[in-house]
Design a protein around this ligand. Sequence first.
Ligand code: BV8
Ligand code: ZN
Length: 261
Amino acid sequence: MTQAALSPETLATIEEAAGLLRGNPRVLVFAGAGLSAESGISTFRGPKGVYNDKEIARLTHVATFAKDPEAVLSWYQQRRHQLTEVRPNEGHMALARLAATGHYTIATQNVDHLEEVACRAVGTRPEILRLHGSLARVRCHSCPNEYEDMMVDLSSGPRCKRCTGPLRPGVVWFGEMLDDEVVNAAMRAASECDVCLLVGTSALVYPAASLPELAHEHGAKLIEVNPEPSALARKCRFQLRGPAGVVLPALEAALGLQQPR
Ligand code: BV8
Ligand code: ZN
């Protein structure tokens, strides 16, 4: 889809929304699976969401790891392998370039590292907070041992070298706490930002989705980039109805950073 396919209303709203991103603002980007959709990574909810398969939804709950570790580990190993085949899309790249126009913090629910790959490619260094962890990391289910390792094959049921406990992906499952330091840093960014840019999220999962709410309570303006309204759409000053890979480059163009496509 190109920018020409965006509705005239959406193009006009993008021009208006760009006004909030001028003048070196403090921006909290709250990213979800929709940002990676155009990289070929499935979203969780919505018409093509993987959670439509109840078996898959089950695999993201901590209780399932105790009951059925093989099913959990093979699904996560497949997703880890997919990381070696995907790359940032135009939405990630535009976000990475936008990060040079203000004080940007990216609080992502995604576990695919694509925001970081895009920022490295364009040379920007926004703070990236991984709210739900990372597919590239493995950790022990029994002790604090955790490290980045894309080589270990989790589907073989590897054990921790420190305590022989079971290794699992370094992600946060339903029923597990998020990392305190990450949450505190994200809440600080939410309470201090001028703009919160929600990109590709249904905004249904807590405590992550409390971040845009906190930003809103502190007077930040919310901008949503999503083909569909999220659960927080009514709190958004601007709702940019289109795919991130088209809308974010259009936002860049509206800021005079890119030629419209
Ligand atoms: C916790 C793992 C405390 C990694 C994930 C009742 C009410 C409120 C809360 C709860 C409740 N019951 C239970 C809870 C807590 C629960 C929760 O929030 N449940 C919700 C669903 C009701 N939360 C937790 O359990 C959290 N921990 O609370 O701890 C605790 C601890 C111990 C004991 C008791 C309490 C942990 C939450 C983390 C869960 N882990 N992922 C992985 O496998 O990836 S979350 C899961 O949903 C995903 O991983 C993702 O990170 C997250 C959010 O999804 P989205 O990113 O928004 O994606 P989604 O598919 O939903 O939406 C995509 C959007 O993109 C759509 O809007 C679509 O329109 C749009 N889109 C599509 N294409 C595009 C696009 N947008 C732009 N461009 C496109 N091209
Ligand atoms: Zn261990």
